[in-house]
Design a protein around this ligand. Structure first.
Ligand code: HEM
Length: 485
């Protein structure tokens, strides 16, 4: 009977906690214990319904905590770009716990999940260093075009027969991060490289699973329950060890006056005796750049190929523009972008429709704030719903249809659109935006210049996304027919 009494007490407390705090934005009814946890599927139509029903700013209960969702361009701009009260990230138990297990400060000391001075310092340094090593410069352009020659060979090996482009894309974009961080690329068959790709894939599958969501909502319980979430500890530990080996190799022949890559620059910074820069943080920053920079760009390129098979007339128009402006005797360059408005518009439309990070990354209020007319206390998680902007019927002529015309004026010139925010907005906007844009442009134009893509005979392209760490295309096979040299 004591147990029953405790259970009733717990349930009553949960029912009380499921009541929305006064002055909080409205939202759907929350269930005891789980709240609205199972609504968090961005592919789910409910997200649109909530916006229609409750307005641009509404609240959901994720497990035990209340969360506010921002919808539409003006609410996102109000939240993310005005002031610095939303610059922080919330802490996720799954990250802080596993940092404890592997006896390092892990997530909170790198870029993506750090806050305050540590975040500003690491972010500023990473941005500066990426720029130094060529983001926006010819040297990086050459690395990307050089990498394309490797993937081009891999693709040509399939001789027009169906193949799954997943691994090829992953390898290519991961090698660009390797060049920037480690100062070299890997052969695609390299054991260490393959191991790293595999570990990142496995880790992100677990991070996106219901196990991770449950862990973050009910850490005390999940710590004791067996499940795949416990594998994260080893996966992250192994990735860290691989990056650490690279750092140690760098230390052997490092010349401070001639930094070769991100690691060398960071080693130089460590000499300046600032506590924020040390070898553990260096390893964690490397981890962040791989984690955030490989999968995202690779998924976008896979969407690009899939959309081209779905809309062969768009593919043909892109190829005609590239043939006219670039020709076939040289590789495309960033300088061509201004003369390739249709191609540029197609890349933007692929990113809009691909919508790969639909809910951005979570932010947290650093003080009590007013947002969309509501009072939101300090410490509340804020979800910027990028989907609500990328598919807003008030911003786009045909929001649900693939239409490169969204980025073209009547004269066929490329036009920027404020509602194009796949990289989010504000001070925490994607750190790799310029790098990603360079990679997408150079890889995509090179693909279109050298190959024509189609689905295997009798197969219809499936555009329904799969929800993981990103919205990615379902696995697909593709045929690549070489075009004239
Ligand atoms: C953060 C999207 C590629 C590094 C983000 C965020 C989004 C995003 C939506 C969250 C911003 C926020 O919190 O409001 C994308 C997309 C990409 C891409 C769509 C490719 C198409 C890259 C690349 C890198 C990168 C190539 C590698 C350098 C980061 C980092 C952060 C971030 C380090 C955390 C920034 C911070 O917390 O200050 N990205 N990203 N991303 N991205 Fe990207």
């Amino acid at each position: 009977s004591l147990l029953l009494f405790a259970l009733v007490l717990l349930l009553t407390a949960e029912c009380l906690r499921a009541r929305r705090p006064r002055s909080f934005p409205p939202g759907p009814r929350a269930f005891p214990l789980v709240g609205n946890m199972f609504s968090l599927d961005p592919g789910d139509i409910q997200f649109n319904e909530y916006e229609t029903k409750y307005g641009k700013v509404y609240s959901l209960k994720m497990g035990p905590s209340w969360t506010v969702v921002l919808n539409g361009l003006s609410a996102l701009q109000e939240g993310l770009t005005k002031g610095d009260h939303l610059n922080d990230r919330p802490e996720f138990p799954i990250h802080s716990d596993f940092s404890h297990f592997i006896n390092r400060l892990f997530y909170t000391h790198c870029i993506i999940f750090s806050n305050g001075h540590m975040w500003k310092q690491q972010r500023r340094f990473a941005l500066f260093t990426l720029k130094y090593f060529g983001v926006g410069k010819k040297s990086l352009e050459f690395s990307i075009l050089d990498e394309f020659m490797y993937i081009s060979k891999e693709i040509a090996n399939h001789k027009g027969k169906p193949f799954n482009p997943h691994l090829i894309m992953n390898n290519a974009v991961s090698n660009i991060i390797c060049s920037l961080v480690f100062g070299h690329r890997f052969e695609y068959g390299n054991e260490k490289f393959l191991k790293m790709m595999k570990l990142f894939d496995k880790g992100s599958q677990i991070e996106a699973s219901i196990w991770a969501q449950l862990y973050n909502a009910f850490p005390v319980l999940m710590r004791r329950l067996p499940g795949p979430h416990h594998a994260l500890q080893n996966i992250y530990g192994e990735i860290m060890d691989l990056i650490k080996t690279e750092v140690n190799q760098h230390k052997e022949d490092w010349n401070p006056s001639e930094p070769r890559d991100f690691i060398d620059c960071y080693l130089n910074e460590i000499q300046k005796v600032d506590a924020g820069f040390n070898e553990d943080n260096l390893v964690m920053c490397g981890f962040d750049l791989f984690g955030a920079g490989s999968h995202t760009t690779s998924v976008t390129l896979r969407w690009a190929l899939l959309y081209m098979t779905k809309y062969p007339e768009v593919q043909a128009k892109v190829q005609a523009e590239i043939d006219e402006v670039v020709g076939t005797s040289r590789q495309p360059s960033m300088e061509d972008r201004a003369d390739l408005p249709y191609t540029d518009a197609v890349i933007h439309e692929i990113q809009r429709m691909g919508n790969i990070v639909p809910l951005s990354l979570p932010h947290v209020t650093t003080r009590d704030i007013r947002l969309g007319g509501y009072k939101i206390p300090k410490g509340v998680t804020i979800i910027p719903n990028l989907t609500s902007v990328l598919f807003d019927k008030n911003e786009w002529e045909t929001p649900d249809a693939f239409n490169p015309g969204h980025f073209l004026n009547p004269e066929g010139k490329f036009v920027k659109r404020a509602a194009f925010i796949p990289f989010s907005a504000g001070k925490r906007v994607c750190l790799g935006e310029n790098l990603a844009r360079m990679e997408l442009f150079l890889f995509f134009t090179s693909f279109m210049q050298r190959f024509s893509f189609s689905t295997p005979p009798g197969v219809e392209p499936v555009l329904k996304p799969r929800f993981g760490v990103t919205l990615s295309p379902p696995p697909f096979e593709i045929c690549a027919t070489p075009r004239k040299e």
